[in-house]
Each structure stands twice: as structure tokens, then as C-alpha cells.
Design a protein around this ligand. Structure first.
Ligand code: SAM
Length: 353
């Protein structure tokens, strides 16, 4: 496959949909909060009274950033008091739903600026595979469920859309892309952090057996794509190009750049921990027994996070717009037939410069 830059690949479903349906990443981010708080208490701060910069890389529509940013600001306040300005910069791809992000920053009751008038939110629409800030600018970085998205899709995957279903040359191409992108991401962030800064990276993890917990969901969705071909709603040439540029890395792959000198581009690893992540939709089902509820939440999660990227393989705008509504009900039906929890994992890394 010819490599194509896919600047809008990985963008979440707009209209605030991601904020409504992203409870799994919210749970993963919550697990990482103690690490972020420790980082906020220990990161070096710039001398003088100038603003302290917190960067939120891959913020999406912002709801899931509120709790981590609030915690980070609160911890910094215990060090510097209320008089010092703090700027929080949310970074995402230019095609992100920034309207919703700004609504959240302006009026969500849980916004971190509600009781702190010396904190200044802003946003940048640029890929984190480029320089986003000047050098030595950021004290504390946070990147949750975002660096799993690659800079490009390196290969087609016959019969599936997810890297872990790939074999042979396609698998090798994904592994290479994931390794290159991880090094690139770290190098860029190392440049942007000032000495003594911290970067907390939260990622979907893999079990020792190499499973992510999302396999039943992805396999059900893959079956839906076949149904859509049979129904002549999408063409097989479009389905072939439906590949997600996501690659959950194993712990060893995340640590690989640090193997030789225990440092990479002046970054060192303070923590690298894997946690089980319970499925909140399944927990709800166990309480109330409503199959429709758990299935709707799983399907809405898939739609909000992954369907826009799959839809980008459809050429004409009208069918591209209709595609999510074709996928969701069929996915619900399949999930009902193979009902089960999504027991995923979250990998938390803390890096120090
Ligand atoms: C699953 S959402 C995570 C949102 C939020 N951080 C959370 O924890 O819920 C992934 C976000 O990463 C963003 N993203 C993916 N690739 C990116 C890139 N190269 N540069 C900036 N943002 C990117 C997507 O646009 C999306 O908004």
C-alpha cells in the first residue's frame, strides 16, 4: 500500500459524541491520576513568576481532560500558591471537534478554571507528531489514550481493520511504524519539556498473552463490514482500505528506546505500570440486567472512537455520513448474540527529563 499522510485519521466522532461515550478512556485516565499528581508535585518549575505550562496532548473534546487537569492544577497550587498563572494547553489534530472542547472549557460544571481565576485554558490544532511548542516550554505533559494512534496507516490488513489481526508483512509494517512513531513522539516531547519536567502517558495496554480486551468488539464490527458489503452499502475496495492506524504496544516495546543508556533523548522512565481496567458498561449490566444498555454503550463507544476513521475510506460524502448509522444497529445485534465484558488494560508511563 502506498503510505498516505492521514491527518484526520484518529479523529473522534464530532458533535460531542466522544465526550458522551468515552467512559473506558475516562476510567484509564482515572487510574493514572495518582501518577499525574506525583508528577505535578515533583516536576521542576521555571524560575521566576511566569506562567507554568501544562500540555494535554490528544485532548479530543475535553471532558476526559477535566479531572486530570484539575488534579494537576490543584497539586501545583500547593507548591506555588494562587498568585502564579498556570496555562493549560489542549492539543489535538486540526479536524478535532474544538467547538465542543471550548464549550466544555467554558461551561462544564467540572471545568478546572471554575474556582481558579489564574488558570488559562487554550488549544492548538496540530499533530503531536510535529513540534507543538517551543523548546523547553512545558513543565507537565499529559497524554491519555492518544499516542496509540499512529502517524499513518502503514499497511492494509486483508480481512480485518485492526493491526493485531494482521500477519506477515502487514504485521511487520505496523510494528515498524509503531516503533518509529513512539521514538518520534518521545523525541518531540523531550524537546518541549524543560529540564526536570514530567510527561505522563496513558495508553490502552496488552495482557501478557498480547490481548487488549477489545477483540470481541473489533471482531463483531468486522462482521458488520462484511454485512455492509453484502447489502451493497459499501464496496469491497472501500472495505479493503478500512484500516485503523492504532497499535497498542507491549511494555517491552514502550521501554525499548530506553534500553541502551536507560535514557532516550534526555528522558528517563520513572514508572511503567499495567493495570486491569474494568468495563463500566458491564458493571452496569450486572447491576440492572439490561442487555440493551450494555450493548448500546459498547456500540456507541465503537462508533465514537473508531467509526470516523473507518468511514474515511468511503469516497462520497453522503455515504460517508450515513455509514455510522449503518454500523451501529448491526453492531448492537452482533454484540447481543455474543454478549460479554470488555476487560481491557491500561498502561501508565511517567517520563522525566
Ligand atoms: C481516544 S481520544 C483520547 C481523548 C482523551 N485524551 C481521553 O483520554 O479520553 C484520542 C485523541 O487523540 C487524538 N490524536 C490522534 N492522533 C493525534 C495526533 N497525531 N496529534 C494530536 N492528536 C491526535 C485524536 O484526534 C483524539 O482526539
Amino acid at each position: 500500500m502506498e503510505k498516505t499522510a492521514i491527518s484526520t485519521h484518529g479523529v473522534m466522532e464530532g458533535g460531542g459524541s466522544y465526550n458522551l461515550h468515552a467512559r473506558i478512556p475516562a476510567g484509564g485516565g482515572n487510574q493514572a491520576l495518582p501518577y499525574l499528581e506525583t508528577a505535578a508535585r515533583s516536576c521542576a518549575l521555571p524560575l521566576g513568576n511566569g506562567p507554568i505550562v501544562i500540555a494535554d496532548y490528544g485532548s479530543s473534546q475535553g471532558k476526559n481532560s477535566l479531572a486530570p487537569m484539575r488534579s494537576a492544577v490543584r497539586c501545583l497550587r500547593t507548591r506555588v500558591g494562587n498568585g502564579r498563572p498556570i496555562t493549560v494547553v489542549h492539543v489535538d489534530q486540526h479536524a478535532n471537534d474544538f467547538n465542543t472542547l471550548f464549550d466544555v472549557l467554558h461551561s462544564d460544571p467540572e471545568r478546572y478554571s471554575v474556582d481558579d481565576h489564574n488558570v488559562f485554558p487554550s488549544a492548538i490544532g496540530r499533530s503531536f507528531y510535529e513540534n507543538v511548542f517551543p523548546g523547553d516550554h512545558v513543565s507537565l505533559g499529559w497524554c491519555s489514550y492518544a499516542a496509540v494512534w499512529l502517524s499513518q496507516v502503514p499497511a492494509l490488513i486483508p480481512g480485518h481493520f485492526i493491526a493485531h489481526a494482521s500477519t506477515g508483512e502487514a504485521r511487520t509494517a505496523f510494528e515498524r511504524q509503531a516503533a518509529d512513531d513512539w521514538r518520534r513522539f518521545l523525541s518531540l516531547r523531550a524537546r518541549e519539556l524543560h529540564a526536570g519536567g514530567r510527561l505522563v502517558v496513558v495508553l490502552p495496554g496488552l495482557s501478557d498473552a498480547g490481548t487488549s480486551g477489545f477483540e470481541p468488539l473489533f471482531n463483531a464490527a468486522n462482521g458488520v463490514l462484511d454485512e455492509l458489503i453484502d447489502a451493497r452499502l459499501i464496496g469491497s475496495h472501500e472495505r479493503e482500505r478500512m484500516v485503523l492506524g492504532v497499535y497498542p504496544r507491549r511494555r517491552a516495546q514502550l521501554l525499548e528506546p530506553f534500553n541502551v543508556e536507560r535514557q532516550f533523548q534526555s528522558l528517563s522512565v520513572e514508572h511503567c505500570e499495567l493495570f486491569d481496567l474494568p468495563d463500566p458498561a458491564w458493571a452496569g449490566y450486572q447491576r440492572d440486567g439490561h442487555i440493551d444498555g450494555v450493548v448500546a454503550r459498547h456500540a456507541a463507544f465503537f462508533r465514537a472512537v473508531f467509526v470516523p476513521s473507518l468511514a474515511s475510506a468511503i469516497n462520497d460524502a453522503e455515504r460517508r455520513r450515513a455509514f455510522p448509522d449503518w454500523v451501529e444497529p448491526r453492531l448492537k445485534r452482533r454484540l447481543c448474540e455474543g454478549l460479554g465484558p470488555m476487560h481491557s488494560f491500561v498502561q501508565v508511563m511517567v517520563l522525566a527529563k
